[in-house]
Design a protein around this ligand. Sequence first.
Ligand code: NAP
Length: 311
Amino acid sequence: MKAIILKTFGPAENLEYIEKEIPVAGPEEILIKTRSISINPIDVKVRAGQRPAFKEKLPLILGWDIAGDIISSGENVKTFKTGDRVFGMICFPDPGNAYAEFTVAPAKDLAIIPTHVAYAEAACSGIAALTALQALKNFAPVQANQRVLIHAAAGGVGHFAVQLAKYFGAYVIGTASAGNKDFVLDLGANECIDYKTTVFEDEIKDIDLVIDTIGGDYIERSLKTMKAGATIVSIPSILNAQVSQLAEAQGKHGYPLLVKQNTKDLNFIADLLAKGILKPFISHVFSFDEMVAAHRQIESGKTRGKIVVSF
Ligand SMILES: NC(=O)c1ccc[n+]([C@@H]2O[C@H](COP(=O)([O-])OP(=O)(O)OC[C@H]3O[C@@H](n4cnc5c(N)ncnc54)[C@H](OP(=O)(O)O)[C@@H]3O)[C@@H](O)[C@H]2O)c1
């Protein structure tokens, strides 16, 4: 089978196409024929060497978000059958091995793709959708009519977070550049602030929950928009290390988030996809031969919604 291997950290050109044997599923695992994968900022950060812990795992195959068909299952897998269409965030945070024509994944990391949901849409709904859901629900669960501020509302995590926060009944304020304003409002946001022309902390107040996808000085700036006792969940690892101390110093709550596989959460997302309540937006579809271009797109920091690589 064709796969893409990363032998050394560096630019996108370090992604190397190889031929390798189709893997074999262990007792709790499933062998999947890949139909679509989505590319996330974490793929790019690992490739570029911004996550040094992966050094001891080189050479590795990147990719965590997958959608495909079950070819075979390990002897202990009772939840799926051959031919089922499945999706999920696989093996995270170990290397996911999804940049390949076939991959093996633990059955617990997968859910059935609902009928009428395309492989590409399902592939988008792993890391980004799970992150958005866990940010909204795992720390200070969002309540109806609460005011929620979502940074980078047009991005992969943000565009799911807007839709989910609206589904939970919140009043949603997103930040995005002017070109994404209509996109963010169409997702359901009540307001969209242009972060390039507006000092957002001067305009926004009485926030109950901040979903911070930027980190760094956005943490202190966002704290200014928050009510006493409100919560900020900060998502970008490394850039969010101070969030708890900074928030507690102001009588507020701050939590760093690392997305976790959770079968219940994945099935919840599948159910919202099936009902058309959650709609992944795919701005670019690349072929497997175009992985370098896909990485460059994510690296731009300007991606609207999600991008996929389809097979
Ligand atoms: N810790 C975890 O478990 C975890 C999980 C998922 C993601 N993450 C991290 O969370 C971050 C976001 O991920 P993502 O997938 O949503 O990224 P993404 O899709 O690449 O984000 C792109 C979006 O960011 C917007 N943007 C850039 N700078 C902005 C700013 N200063 N203010 C507002 N919007 C801005 C852009 O909108 P404009 O073009 O309008 O500027 C674009 O739509 C990444 O750092 C990722 O690694 C962490």
